[in-house]
Write a protein that binds this ligand. Structure first.
Ligand SMILES: NC(=O)c1ccc[n+]([C@@H]2O[C@H](COP(=O)([O-])OP(=O)(O)OC[C@H]3O[C@@H](n4cnc5c(N)ncnc54)[C@H](O)[C@@H]3O)[C@@H](O)[C@H]2O)c1
Length: 355
């Protein structure tokens, strides 16, 4: 039985508690939050899980194998560091930390302590995203030309991070996972309408070595909640709508055939293909359940998780580049990547590597 402690019982933490308590080989022994009301709610829901306001109680609890951190991003580094130092395996929510520097420190510490470090990139455990990856990898969509992602809604405004750090980690992790590569540069433009210095709407452009381009649009200031990713391939196009309950993925057999070379006259000879649209079956499974199972499996078998520390670092590297680009009015900023992991850029780390 894997014994778990969860820090942060706000919006997301209780989902971790529910899932780890439902798995046959894990349970949440203790949970922690600074907010007493939130703890009382957990006590009501999970009477066998002990509550505390002090995270140190979890670090010093010899019975706990692992700590799950579901607190705001500015607390991730400190809490994850203490958890690793106390000998616990760690699952930290996205984005892994607030900077490349602190992400690297956590990776090094996990390695020194021989502990597992996993990041909550939940969409990498999502059946629809995995279906899209399968179709991309099998060549069914052809060569990827571009990917476009939209994650917008009204609120929730965050006090300390801009909309990129709040909403885009999911899109960056999805796109990085799909393409198996990091972008070379990032351009980002955005605007703060309500709190100076904290952009509430932003666009990001990720440019890749092989000419692929990806766009991410995030906003807290939009009348409609949208969660869509479009993959345009040279053969087919795929639309993934996370808000659809049944038909999350649609594949469009649509495309353009260009003449071998064209001039002004040739342009009129493009032919457009309007083929079938089909809806592949996607397994209905809670992505967080799959992620929790993977974490427990990695702990039992001492395996490196699919969304390991490096996966977290990749997302943070893109976010840092985006923040710099925002400050420079949208200029292209190179994505910083530490030399030591250069080999694992393409293809990105295989899951289930023995640690
Ligand atoms: N993977 C996903 O799909 C997903 C979805 C939502 C949120 N998240 C991530 O989960 C994290 C938490 O987000 P949220 O929306 O639940 O935030 P939230 O503000 O609703 O909850 C955070 C909780 O942490 C508590 N907290 C803060 N510092 C603490 C400390 N030092 N010790 C104990 N408790 C502390 C706060 O009191 C609060 O109850 C963020 O990193 C967010 O990005 C991930």
């Amino acid at each position: 039985m894997i014994e778990i402690g969860v820090i942060g019982c706000g919006y997301w933490g209780p989902n971790h508690i529910r899932n780890f308590n439902l798995l046959p080989n894990s349970r949440v022994l203790r949970c922690c939050d600074k907010d007493e009301q939130r703890l009382e709610r957990m006590r009501g829901l999970y009477p066998t899980t002990a509550i505390t306001k002090n995270a140190d109680d979890l670090f010093s609890d010899e019975r706990l194998d692992a700590i799950v951190i579901a607190t705001p991003v500015h607390t991730h580094y400190d809490l994850a560091r203490k958890a690793l130092l106390s000998g616990k395996d760690v699952l930290v929510e996205k984005p892994m930390t607030h900077s490349i520097e602190t992400s690297l420190l956590l990776i090094q510490l996990a390695r020194e302590m021989k502990r597992i470090l996993m990041v909550g990139h939940t969409f990498e455990y999502n059946s629809a995203v995995n279906k899209a990856k399968e179709m991309l990898d099998s060549g069914e969509l052809g060569e990827p030309l571009y990917i476009s992602s939209t994650r917008v809604n009204l609120g929730l405004f965050q006090p300390d991070i801009n909309v990129c750090w709040d909403l885009a980690p999911h899109d960056i992790s999805i796109i990085t996972y799909l393409l198996g590569a990091l972008p070379v540069t990032v351009n980002s433009q955005g605007k703060s309408h309500y709190k100076t210095g904290i952009e509430d709407v932003a666009n990001m452009t990720l440019s890749y070595n092989n000419g692929v381009i990806a766009f991410i649009h995030t906003s807290w200031l939009d009348p409609k909640k949208i969660r869509q990713t479009t993959i345009v391939g040279s053969k087919k196009m795929l639309l993934y709508d996370d808000l659809e309950t049944q038909e999350k993925i649609r594949v469009y057999d649509k495309g353009v055939n260009a003449p071998p070379y064209y001039d002004t006259y040739g342009e009129f000879h493009f032919s457009y293909r309007y083929g079938d649209i089909y809806i592949p079956r996607v397994e209905e499974y809670e992505p967080l359940r799959r992620q929790s199972e993977h974490f427990v499996h990695c702990l039992e078998e001492r395996l490196s998780p699919k969304s390991d520390g490096y996966s977290g670092l990749r997302v943070v590297s893109v976010l840092e580049a985006a923040s710099q680009s925002l400050k420079r009015g949208g200029q292209a900023v190179p994505v910083h990547w530490p030399e030591e992991d250069r080999d694992s850029q393409t293809p990105i780390l295989a899951a289930g590597v023995q640690s």
